[in-house]
Design a protein around this ligand. Sequence first.
Ligand SMILES: NC(=O)C1=CN([C@@H]2O[C@H](COP(=O)(O)OP(=O)(O)OC[C@H]3O[C@@H](n4cnc5c(N)ncnc54)[C@H](OP(=O)(O)O)[C@@H]3O)[C@@H](O)[C@H]2O)C=CC1
Ligand SMILES: O=C(O)[C@@H]1CCC=N1
Length: 267
Amino acid sequence: MASRLLLIGCGNMAGAMLAGWLRAGEDAGRFAVLDPALSGTPDGVRLHRTPEQAAEAGHDAVLLGFKPQQLRALAPTFQPLAGPQVAVHSLLGGITLAQIAAAFPDARAHVRVMPNLASRIGRSPVILAERGLGEAEREQVRLLYDALGFAVWQADETRFDLVTALAGSGPAFVYRFIDALAGAAADLGLDADEATRLATVMVDGAASLAAASDLAPGELAERVASPGGMTREGMDVLDQGDALRRLLTVTLRATADKGAALAREIG
Ligand SMILES: NC(=O)C1=CN([C@@H]2O[C@H](COP(=O)(O)OP(=O)(O)OC[C@H]3O[C@@H](n4cnc5c(N)ncnc54)[C@H](OP(=O)(O)O)[C@@H]3O)[C@@H](O)[C@H]2O)C=CC1
Ligand SMILES: O=C(O)[C@@H]1CCC=N1
């Protein structure tokens, strides 16, 4: 595992990861942040304002946590931080390993990382792809990200935008679902705050049960629907013409397509 990791850009996502690592018991001294306007970092995590300051402190790996659209403009500034002793890890949605390698050609290895905001509580899937790591270091990198939940290598990088849509963007879709469910209940007469609280606790419990169960989600749904009971009536609405699945297929396709568009934009 990289012993000293420099997070370049520490907003919503990299900030959640940093909090997740500290929550998991990682030593704060392993981490440093380079972010010009960030208000502060957790205790023990050094905050650098300039690449020169960061270079002086030293590191074995950098984690790119800024926006994909910034890669082309920022890469020359950060190249001195990504020399032959350094591995470049990237959170940049849509940006391929080949593009990361082209932006940081001197680095000894490149890793594409796709977590989600549940990193903060150690419950994120983290999808990984790499170029240039040896066998032992691959396992060290997997363990680093496994501390944020569940890390797994994606051998076929052509699938990365799709797994990003599912696992990286996925929480946004779940939050929309919770909002819509609560909003619908409010429209039908429930107090709005109560509806949001019930919907959130319900989704948490249902997802945790699915994660802990040997049964597939489809089978669990069948177990909720008592024969001749209420639930089936609602499920029939979602299932009619595969309405929910079709909607989600379009949703994932649009999300994944944007990844490819961002990559084309960078060139
Ligand atoms: N949000 C999410 O759930 C996920 C995001 N990602 C990826 O993570 C990356 C960041 O996204 P997100 O965290 O949402 O975005 P944010 O805007 O919250 O974070 C980006 C951070 O980078 C900082 N930054 C901007 N310019 C520089 C610079 N020149 N040097 C150093 N830092 C800089 C920003 O500072 P300032 O605000 O002052 O400009 C900000 O703190 C993206 O590439 C995205 O694809 C991946 C998975 C999930
Ligand atoms: O919206 C985005 O582009 C990033 C990538 C996955 C989640 N957030």
